[in-house]
Design a protein around this ligand. Structure first.
Ligand SMILES: Cc1cc2nc3c(=O)[nH]c(=O)nc-3n(C[C@H](O)[C@H](O)[C@H](O)COP(=O)(O)OP(=O)(O)OC[C@H]3O[C@@H](n4cnc5c(N)ncnc54)[C@H](O)[C@@H]3O)c2cc1C
Length: 452
């Protein structure tokens, strides 16, 4: 049998695992995969993005474990491509490189006051409560009575819901202890979610919206006036097959509710945009402008009216989207925040491919990355069969890293971390207690190698 094609997949989130799986299933040609990640732990946003109270969604990691058990799979954690090893060095060692690095930063609002103390990107808040080792030193001040979450997607809803969970709801999650304590002790009584456009245009999905109405310690409040639709939105709703229609049903049901007087409330507001984050040295409020919708190039966009108001608050979480980051030596479309590509083939780079959020931008659910990664792998395998791949034979990545003294965490090192976390969680009735410090992660990941 011919030697397998050697492929490096960079980024071990859903797109990386789905790409690896599709590659390892190929027998024409057979493929060996090295899956690299800058973190010592795999699973990308499934571990560090998906909300801790959505344990059933995190269970997709079981499918990733099956992929990791396939012959020909190796994991290289703690390998930051672009820093520890370059794109060119990967191309010397692999027949092809697939980038699945996700969208590593946040989009900005571009309003005055955005960088005031107390104004945070949702990316940081999410990474903090989920135990991302780069974000554990952040101090989120949750003592104010009101929080404002800017954005109308599922991440905005996650942030609002996390702030509203009761001690009992948090007790069965793997929220990191510091975040759990801060949420339980927080002075926040009201969380206002701001949508730039109307309820019909909101990006959140019905199950996530519905959950807001089922929280044990939190009322959900919608002003019925916010649900009065302009003719274009009413028409769009008529033709919507599912999401907007179901969202509107839920919002109307919330608007008709009498608040139960629960300790916290989430208020959903529409057609308002922040024009300034105000405060003397730290966040004291958000000045918003009332918008109206206008048709522009076939879509409804928000246009500011002259009506303004200030919403006093102690913290602002900006959740207006994630954004891809350029990797040295790999083409990047700065305007779109993705690698320019044709069906997953990176344009302008030989033997280089991409999948997931770095390919199509930050949208879709975990499963969307499967179809996306499969398309990329089909392109790669077609190129292999056409004879256009082939590494110059630069040797093994492990040898290069060892030469450099760059320690990497192999799959059994991750399994050791996983075991430590699950064992710590078990007596507490939690899925795991995450290891969150770089040193502890690397030491736990290393202990397997030194004992084997
Ligand atoms: C807060 C949040 C909550 C979400 N909740 C849900 C949900 O409940 N249900 C759902 O279906 N979807 C959810 N999603 C969407 C889902 O997480 C994404 O669709 C999916 O994770 C995107 O996969 P990806 O592999 O492209 O990127 P990621 O999951 O981000 O994985 C990218 C990986 O690349 C690594 N990496 C980055 N740069 C480098 C580098 N230079 N070198 C090496 N490695 C690198 C990162 O460490 C990371 O592990 C959520 C997303 C967010 C942000």
């Amino acid at each position: 049998m011919s030697a397998p094609l050697r492929v490096a997949v960079v980024g071990s989130g859903p797109a990386g695992f789905y790409a690896s799986d599709a590659l390892l299933r190929s027998d024409d040609p057979p493929v060996a995969v090295d899956l690299l990640d800058r973190l010592p732990t795999p699973w990308g946003l499934v571990r560090l993005g998906v909300a801790p109270d959505h344990e059933n969604i995190k269970a997709v990691s079981r499918a990733f474990e099956k992929t990791a058990a396939r012959p020909g799979f190796r994991f290289f954690g703690n390998v930051d491509v672009g820093k520890v090893v370059s794109h060119a060095e990967l191309l010397e060692r692999y027949d092809a490189v697939v980038y699945t690095v996700g969208a590593q930063t946040d989009r900005r609002l571009d309003v005055p006051g955005e960088d005031l103390v107390g104004s945070w990107p949702a990316t940081a808040f999410v990474a903090w409560y989920n135990g991302h080792p780069d974000f554990q030193d952040l101090a989120f001040d949750l003592t104010g009575e009101r929080a404002v979450v800017v954005g109308n997607g599922n991440v905005a809803i996650d942030c609002a819901r996390m702030l509203a969970l009761t001690p009992e709801e948090l007790a069965s999650t793997d929220t990191v202890p510091a975040a759990e304590r801060a949420i339980i002790e927080s002075g926040i009584r009201e969380i206002v979610i701001l949508g730039r456009r109307g309820p019909v245009q909101a990006a959140f999905t019905p199950p996530e919206l519905q959950e807001l109405g089922e929280l044990a310690g939190c009322d959900v409040v919608v002003d019925p006036q916010d649900l009065e639709l302009d003719p274009a939105s009413a028409d769009a709703l008529e033709h919507d097959r599912e999401r907007a229609r179901r969202n509107m049903e839920l919002l109307r049901e919330f608007a008709a509710r009498e608040p139960k007087g629960l300790p916290r409330r989430i208020v959903l507001r529409f057609l308002v945009s922040p024009v300034e984050i105000a405060g003397n040295g730290r966040v004291e409020g958000v000045e918003v402008v009332r918008n109206e919708l206008a048709a522009e190039s076939g879509r409804l966009v928000a246009r500011p009216t002259g009506m303004r108001e200030t919403i006093p608050c102690g913290i602002v979480l900006r959740s207006v989207g994630y954004r891809g980051v350029e990797l040295p030596g790999v083409p990047f479309d700065d305007a779109a925040g993705v690698m320019p590509n044709d069906g997953g083939r990176v344009i302008g780079a030989e033997r280089t491919y991409c999948a997931g959020w770095i390919k199509r931008g930050p949208s879709g659910v975990i499963g969307t990355n499967k179809k996306d990664a499969t398309e990329t792998v089909e392109a790669l395998l077609a190129d292999a069969r056409a004879g256009s791949l082939g590494a110059p034979g630069g040797g093994d990545l492990g040898a290069l890293l060892s030469e450099r003294g760059a320690f990497f965490v192999e799959y059994d090192g991750w399994q050791a971390i996983d075991m430590v976390e699950r064992s710590a969680g078990e007596p507490l009735g939690r899925p795991r207690v995450k290891v969150t410090g770089w040193n502890e992660l690397l030491e736990t990941g290393r202990s397997v190698q030194s004992s084997s």
